[in-house]
Write a protein of this length. Sequence first.
Length: 532
Amino acid sequence: WIESALQWVHDNQDSFASPITTVNLSVGTVLTAENHLEAESMLADELQQLREDQILVFAASGNLFGTADGSGVLFPASDPAVVAISSVEDGGQLSDFAQRTAGILATRGESISSAVPEHVFGWDGDYDDLASLDGTSMAAPQAAGASMLIRQSLIDQGIEPTAEAILERLHESAHRNIDPVSGESFDTIDLVQAVTIDRIDASLPASPLQTLTSFTGTDDGDLLQLDLREGITLRVGELSYQLQPDPASPLVIDAGGGADQLQITGSEHAERLIVRSGEDAESQLATNDFTIQLRGFENVGFTGGGGPDRATLYDSPGDDTLKSNPNQATLSGVGFEFSVDGIPRIYVHASGGGSDTAFLHDSAGDDQLAVRPDFTSLRSEQAFQLAYGFERVYAYAGSGGNDSAAIYDSAGDDTMSVSASRSMISGDGYQVSARGFASVVGHSTAGGDDIARLYADELSTQWHVTADKVQWTGQDNATRVARGFDRIEAFEQYQPIDLTHHAIKQSAIWTDDELAQSEADATRAVFDALGQ
C-alpha cells in the first residue's frame, strides 16, 4: 500500500494547481534483518525517486527509545532519502520515548490534539472527534507542514525552493541542542525564524532615496565598505552610495575583477551572512527587511552590531584552516579569507574538499565541546561555534570555567587517550585533540575495533568499572569516562593498573553511599556544563 501510494505521488505531482511537494509518513516498525531488506528493496526506489522529484518525505523516527528495539530510528525514517523527525517535550528536550540519531530534526510531539477517525469514540455521524496523543507520529506532520511554509518563503525571496534548500533552511534556523541521555546533537525546528529569515518586506515605505538594485566594481583590487547602522551605505574609495532595497528583487553587489575586499558593519538588529569561496560563488547578507547578494569577493569581514547575528562560512576545494573563538572566527585558504567578529552564532562548513583543520577556543565561562566525525560544536551561554566536515579538530579550554567534552568514535578503528593535559581520538581520516577540559566522556558507538586509555594524575583517585564503562573521578570531581570501547586501559602515574582488581579494591573501601555520591557529583558536573 505504501509503495503504491508513493508511486501515485510521483505520477500525480503536477496534476493539481499547486504541485505536490511534501509527503508525511507517520509510520514505522521494527524489522528483522530479513524483512528490513525486503521492505527496503520495495520502497527505496520510490523514496529516492521522490527526492529526485524535489518532493520531501518526512517520517516518524519511532517511539521505542530505551527498549531493546529503540536503537537508531525505524524504517522508513532510516532511509537516506527520508527526513527522520523526532519528538521534544515542552521543556525542549527529546521525549523519553523518542528514537534519535545525530543531527535529527525534532518538534513537539507530546499532548498534540488532532482529528481522529469517527469510530475511535463510537459512531455518532459527526466527523468532529479530536484526541490528544504523544509520539513522533505527532511531530512528523508538523515538520512536513513547516517545509511547505518554508518553500513558499523561499519563493517569495526569489530563491529556488529545492529540497536541499528547504532542508538547509530547516537546520540553519533551528535551535541546536545536545541530548544529555545519548550525547547526540539534535535540531529543534524554529518555524518563525525559518520563514522570516532573509524575507524582503514588500510593505517598505516609499523613500526619497534612489533605488539602486546593483553595483559592479572595477577590475582592480577594491575595498568596499558596507555599513548597515543607518540604512544601507556602500563606500568605495572616496565615493559613498545610499542603497534602497527594491521589494521586487534583491540588491546585488558585484566586486568585478581583481582581488577585492568587503568589510561589513552590522546594525543592532539581526543580520545573517552566508559567504562562499570561489570565483563564481555567490554569498548573501540578509536581514528581515532585505537581502543583498555578494559576488566575487576573495576577502570578507563582518563585524556585528550587537544583534542576534549569525554567520555561515563555506570552505574552498583546497586545504583550509578555521580559527574560531567565542563570537569570532576566521576561515582561510589559498586566495581567500573570511573573518567575523561580534557574531554569537557561527557555522563553518568544510565540505568543498581538501584536508581541512579547525582550531576552536573556549570562553571564560562554562563551555561544552561535542565532537563526532564531520561535526564539532563548542558552546557557552553567550556563544555557539559549529564546524562541519573538518578532518582535524583541535579544541582548547584555557580561558576559565568548568568545561566538559563529549568525544565520539568513527565507523573505523579508533584510539582514544584521555589525560590531564590532553584528550585525543584518532582513526582513518579522523583526528581530534581537546586540551584543558576538566571532564571528558569518550563514546564508542559507531563501530570498529576501538581502544581507550585513561590516565589518572593523582594518587588519591577513584575508579569505577561497569560492563560498558570505566570512569575515573579526581579530587575536584573532574571525570574521565570511556563508554562502549572494545578495550579500555587505565594508568596511574603512567603505569598500567588492573582495572578489575582496582574496582574490587575500591568497592571494599567505598561504602555504597560514597560510591553513589561520587557518581552523582560527576554526573552533576556534566549536567551543569550542559545547562538547562
